[in-house]
Design a protein around this ligand. Structure first.
Ligand SMILES: C[S@@+](CC[C@H](N)C(=O)[O-])C[C@H]1O[C@@H](n2cnc3c(N)ncnc32)[C@H](O)[C@@H]1O
Length: 222
């Protein structure tokens, strides 16, 4: 029998490095939220439906009572919100870290070339004049999909509330529009974004702003 000259690899090399501790924990939490047959069936019904689904349409196909469906929906929405919060926290940290690392005085030189998607979501939704009114970190942290300050007719003395205020770009621009006799509030659920927004407001030298921690779905409408 002829001897094998080259060793035969039994497995292909690993395709990617192992997830880090934080990513693995976050993914485990997501799996935990899905680790229930009722929740898997709810997700399946939602994923295979064309449009929005009313909770009351789920009771019969699942054979579950309204309180039980509500319990499962809450578990799913809480975990989804937590995943969204984790991602925004990561973005806020990336902006803070890149602005500390860069030392060039402008966000632009730290930012890699922008893709088409990034042009539709983010800083390029704001014109050069508006960007000039803002600290670099506020511009860099812009992750919005529109520029509300371009369409809102804000007047001196008005009160503005931005739900999901992120790095504070719209709150700071609004505060400037409504002037010292008006106030702009930003509400956000992510501590890292709130810290970034407050720092940006200080850097932009606007005093008529307030950033509040909260979840949009839980605020009172009164
Ligand atoms: C698209 S970003 C910021 C938008 C901001 N206007 C801008 O242009 O940069 C959305 C922000 O909303 C916050 N957010 C998302 N869902 C939320 C919720 N349910 N309650 C409170 N904040 C939320 C995130 O933490 C994030 O900072």
């Amino acid at each position: 029998m002829a001897a094998l000259e080259t060793p035969v690899a039994c497995c292909a090399p690993l395709g990617a490095p192992a997830l880090d501790e934080a990513e693995a924990l976050a993914t485990a939490e997501l799996f935990k939220a899905l680790g229930d047959p009722a929740r898997v069936r709810i997700v399946n019904l939602l994923a295979t439906s064309d449009g929005a689904v009313c909770a009351c349409d789920l009771y019969e196909p699942l054979g579950l009572s309204q309180p039980t469906v509500s319990h499962h929906l809450k578990k799913l929405t809480d975990e989804l919100r937590e995943e969204v919060r984790r991602r925004y926290a990561e973005s806020a940290r990336a902006v803070s870290e890149s602005s500390h690392d860069c030392g060039c005085g402008s966000g632009a030189c730290c930012t890699p070339e922008q893709s088409e998607a990034e042009v539709k979501f983010g800083e390029l939704l704001y014109d050069a004049e508006q960007r000039g009114e803002l600290p670099d970190e506020a511009v860099l942290a812009s992750l919005g999909c529109g520029n509300p300050t371009a369409v809102a007719e804000l007047r001196e003395g008005e009160t503005v509330l931005d739900l999901g205020s992120g790095g504070g770009i719209d709150v700071i621009l609004s505060a400037k529009r409504v002037g010292p006799s008006g106030t702009a509030y930003g509400l956000d659920m992510t501590d890292e974004m709130l810290a970034l927004a407050m720092q940006n407001a200080r850097d932009a030298d606007v005093a008529n702003v307030h950033f509040l921690k909260g979840v949009i779905e839980q605020i009172s409408r009164e």
